[in-house]
Design a protein around this ligand. Structure first.
Ligand SMILES: *[C@@H]1O[C@H](CO)[C@@H](O)[C@H](O)[C@H]1NC(C)=O
Ligand SMILES: *[C@@H]1O[C@H](CO)[C@@H](O)[C@H](O)[C@H]1NC(C)=O
Length: 484
């Protein structure tokens, strides 16, 4: 019995050991799972935090001298473009004293703005162009100025007409670039604010001038770059009472609105751009450059992509070097060449309008008249030049290159992606073609990529209908998604 008892005891002992053993196993397993979960969550949060990294910035002050002690005057002042007979007389006198220089035979626009055609432009400007009439056109929309970070910021603010009682337009900020101005949007404004189709959205559009461009005051201190412009425009939109809005941009406007999305991803409801040169080549992009021609499907390359990109040395690299001399000058010594342009309306027109020729269609370099009047009217082109001339803003507009490139290409905003829903309109003659894969690398929520039928770098001005349609399509998509 004792043996038996011992037996029973041993058995019980055995059982309890097994039990406790398996219990520890389970506990250990649970513990392991818990640790894994916690670790996973930490990694997830860290990655997510990194993934959704928000661009940081600090307030600046760009006024003359020391910042004022008193709070900033935040009033919004109506503004009208004005001109005087003295201004026009001075302009005419300078044009009359221009010193023509013979163009090389058969050089067309390959040596820069063709001198012979320039004489024609100047003659039109001098004898037919009516600045008073253009000023009236500029004033058809309401302009305002308000002080932000010590400088006056100018903008055009267009509310939709004929909206039903109690409804408001969809707020949209549109930002121009160089050598353009808010005037680039004058053709698209009526299309966005007074839409023709019943199911189209009516936008309330704000077109600011980048500080240092046109009627916005130039910063008086060094360092005003795209992130500063983005911060200033966020302050502008807040002052106007917009908690959330859409943003559109091309050229510098692309970078400024992109930075706005990186600074305040919750404020920018959607970002629409027609220019997006890659800031940092990622792995997939490098592979697509190396292998894309042979394995286009692997990278989602279309025939259009192949035509625009390859051979890559010729079409991307050589072309960029041939066309970017201005950029190197402006990114290094803007004040030197700028001074000549600020004195000479003829020089200024040549410098600005050469870009409207070549950036609209590179083939226009082979035309005596640079193809300028094929896609634009001289009235519109010269109005843009006059905005630079009358405000004396060419030097400060060129400095924006120095401020952006001078800080190096490894800026924080270049490294972090954009998580705001983005629409990209890919115009066939854009300076740098960016296939969908490359755009996605930066814009992680690319909701539309539209290959456009025609148009170049100044697409909003050249093809206002196409651009308005793409903005409508993109915004409608997002607004619908939100309602669901
Ligand atoms: C721009 O010019 C090109 C070449 O002449 C032409 O094919 C295109 O239709 C023009 N676009 C507009 C909007 O006039
Ligand atoms: C806008 O969407 C309509 C309907 O899907 C399409 O037919 C049109 O081509 C789009 N327009 C642009 C410019 O992408």
């Amino acid at each position: 019995m004792s043996c038996c008892r011992q037996e029973v005891a041993r058995e019980a002992c055995y059982h309890s050991t097994v039990l406790s053993c398996s219990a520890t196993g389970v506990y250990r397993m649970i513990a392991e799972v818990l640790v894994a979960l916690v670790l996973g969550a930490v990694v997830y949060v860290l990655l997510l935090k990194q993934r959704q990294e928000v661009l940081q910035t600090e307030d600046g002050w760009w006024g003359l001298g020391e910042p004022h002690e008193t709070p900033e005057d935040d009033s919004i002042r109506p503004f009208k473009v004005e001109t005087s007979s003295e201004e026009i007389e001075d302009l005419h006198k300078r044009m009359d004293h221009t010193r023509p220089f013979p163009a090389l035979e058969d050089s067309q626009f390959n040596y820069g703005f063709n001198s012979k055609y320039l004489q024609r432009v100047v003659s039109y400007w001098r004898h037919e162009f009516d600045w008073n009439k253009q000023v009236e056109k500029l004033n058809r929309y309401p302009h305002f100025k308000t002080k932000i970070e010590g400088i006056d910021v100018h903008y055009v603010h267009v509310r939709p007409r004929n909206l039903p009682e109690g409804t408001s337009g969809v707020p949209l900020l549109m930002v121009h670039g160089w050598p353009g101005s808010f005037y680039e949007f004058y053709g698209i404004l009526p299309l966005l604010t007074e839409p023709e189709n019943a199911d189209d959205l009516a936008f309330e559009v704000i077109c600011p001038s980048i500080p240092g461009y046109g009627f916005s005051e130039a910063p008086h201190k060094k360092g005003f770059d795209s992130v500063c412009a983005a911060r200033v425009f966020h302050k502008l939109m807040k002052r106007l009472g917009f908690a959330q809005f859409y943003a559109h941009g091309g050229d510098w406007g692309w970078l400024i609105t992109t930075n706005m999305a990186q600074l305040e991803p919750k404020t920018v409801k959607g970002l629409h751009v027609n220019f997006a040169p890659p800031a940092k080549p990622g792995f997939r992009m490098v592979m697509s450059v190396l292998l894309g021609r042979r394995f286009p499907k692997l990278f989602g390359f279309t025939d259009r992509d192949l035509n625009r990109l390859f051979p890559i040395v010729q079409k991307v690299m050589v072309e960029s070097v041939k066309e970017s001399g201005y950029m190197h000058i402006q990114a290094t010594k803007p004040d030197t060449v700028g001074r000549g342009l600020n004195d000479s309306p003829v020089g200024l027109a040549a410098y600005i309008l050469e870009k409207f020729s070549t950036w609209t269609d590179p083939e226009f370099r082979n035309m005596e008249d640079g193809g300028l009047e094929r896609n634009f009217s001289l009235d519109d082109l010269l109005t843009n030049v006059m905005i630079y001339w009358t405000t004396g803003s060419i030097i400060s507009s060129m400095r924006f290159y120095k401020e952006n490139f001078g800080k190096g290409l490894n800026q924080k905003h270049a490294a972090i992606p954009v998580y705001v829903p983005t629409g990209f309109a890919s115009f066939p003659n854009e300076l740098m073609h960016t296939p969908e894969l490359w755009v996605k690398q930066k814009y992680r929520k690319l909701t539309s990529y539209s290959p456009m039928a025609r148009g170049g770098h100044f697409a909003a001005m050249e093809e206002p209908r196409l651009m308005a349609e793409d903005i409508q399509n993109f915004t409608r998509k997002l607004e619908k998604r939100k309602r669901k």
